[in-house]
Design a protein around this ligand. Structure first.
Ligand SMILES: Cc1cc2nc3c(=O)[nH]c(=O)nc-3n(C[C@H](O)[C@H](O)[C@H](O)COP(=O)(O)OP(=O)(O)OC[C@H]3O[C@@H](n4cnc5c(N)ncnc54)[C@H](O)[C@@H]3O)c2cc1C
Length: 393
């Protein structure tokens, strides 16, 4: 990865025309490629090296495929697996099956983020490996100063916050959701073993749910979300899986017949689904920084990529002078974000309230077993239509 020359960008005469993107996950990289391929100079700052594994179910809705193709990315050609079927079980192992309305694909974040990163470099994006510690809007000059851990400072006219679900920056920007503790914990590991390539399964267990699907190279991704309170009673992830996940016979069968491929499972805590503003201190938020849907809906990545599309299109209009000022850019982006995602987020919160409450879920599944054709309609509530892009060049 390219390192930043210390302090070089500050004072650069073109700096105020630049967009700085903070965070190079799906949303940040998507914004970077979209803007740079439409002629906007972009600097992206990411704290980690590529590639790396991330906690994620790694099932992604097909709605993003046309847009990824516009960005020059073909996940299926890179090895992603096509997924068409869905299975849901209660913690007692009662199963319900359905065809996915639009379908999706399985790809590891290790590979997907790497594909986007390499495409961003090809498009001329300047990528700096550093941790951003402060983003300050200088009102008198209508520009930002972005300060990194290395002490480098960069100036920009626009800043995109694409730093994910939770970051040191939420604290320094004084975002209110960060003051509330979140009770959720995510765990993920890759395995080898037998699992159908065309299936994504969502298996429940007391206090959480676990997604299982294949990614490239015949790997099986097993990823679960659980409440921290239930988890902390056990000494280790292995104990928790043995004592809690194994109570679901579907999960027991998968976990006992598969062999882990990572040295140890990855975990993250403090996963928050609280609403967040799409613009904070004039920073335009993209992906999970703008809002996160419950992972059980299997559409956080689709939303992150879609939000980057909405934001990129709004910025391109602004850059071309089709919006009169920064305020209009912020308001228009906020409106399009709400219009696109608020219904799905509400549906996600509603579905989440069923999970972990096994009696309610069992009743719901019993009702669905009489009318299984309803399940694809329920899935549709948390997904969108395929993303078509109007070329703005
Ligand atoms: C348990 C779990 C399972 C999930 N399963 C699925 C699924 O199956 N399907 C699906 O579609 N979605 C799923 N999601 C959601 C999905 O992972 C996210 O919605 C998606 O990763 C959001 O992408 P992003 O670019 O906004 O954030 P991220 O991918 O988190 O990227 C943010 C980036 O910002 C960087 N960063 C953070 N702070 C700084 C800083 N200060 N300076 C510089 N860089 C910084 C980070 O290193 C990171 O690379 C799941 C989420 C969880 C928690």
């Amino acid at each position: 990865m390219k390192q930043s020359p210390k302090g070089k960008l500050r004072g650069d005469k073109n700096a105020s025309a630049q967009v700085i993107i903070v965070g190079g996950g799906l949303a940040g990289l998507t914004n970077a490629i979209h803007l740079s391929q439409n002629g906007v100079p972009v600097v992206l700052i990411e704290k980690h090296e590529y590639p790396r594994h991330k906690v994620c179910g790694e099932y992604i809705s097909n709605e993003v495929l046309p847009y990824l193709s516009y960005l020059g990315i073909d996940p299926l050609a890179a090895g992603a697996v096509d997924i068409t079927r869905f299975e849901l079980s209660t913690s007692g192992g009662k199963l319900l099956k359905a065809q996915l309305p639009l379908g999706g694909f399985g790809i590891s974040r290790y590979l997907l983020d790497e594909l986007l990163y390499k495409q961003a470099l090809r498009r001329g994006v300047r990528v700096i490996q550093d941790t951003v510690s402060h983003i300050d809007y200088v009102e008198s000059e209508d520009r930002f100063t972005v300060t990194c851990k290395s002490a480098d400072q960069l100036d920009a006219h626009l800043v995109i916050g694409a730093y994910g679900k939770r970051s040191n920056l939420d604290v320094s920007l004084g975002r209110s959701f960060i003051k509330q503790k979140s009770p959720y914990l995510g765990v993920k590991c890759h395995y080898e073993g037998d699992f159908p390539s065309d299936l994504v399964a969502l298996h429940n267990f007391a206090g959480g749910y676990c997604g299982v699907s294949k990614v490239e190279n015949e790997r099986i991704n097993i990823c679960y979300l659980t409440g921290y309170a239930a988890f902390k009673k056990y000494k280790s992830i292995e104990d928790f899986q043995h004592e809690v996940l194994y109570k679901n016979p579907c999960l027991k069968e998968i976990l006992t017949n598969c062999r882990p491929l990572l040295e140890s499972p990855l975990s993250i805590s403090q996963v928050s689904f609280l609403p967040k503003p799409t613009v904070d201190n004039h920073v335009l938020m993209s992906g999970d920084s703008a809002g996160m849907i419950h992972p059980l809906c299997g559409n956080g990545m689709g939303m992150a990529i879609h939000s980057a599309l909405l934001l990129s299109e709004a910025i391109l209009q602004y850059v071309k002078g089709e919006m009169k000022d920064r305020k209009q850019l912020e308001v228009e982006y906020g409106k399009s974000w709400e219009k696109t995602f608020s219904k799905r987020l509400r549906a996600g919160r509603l579905f989440n309230s069923f999970f972990g409450r096994d009696r309610v879920l069992a009743l719901g599944l019993k009702a669905l077993s009489y009318a299984p054709a309803i399940l694809p309609h329920i899935i549709k509530q948390t997904h969108g239509e395929p993303l078509e892009v109007v070329d703005q060049r």
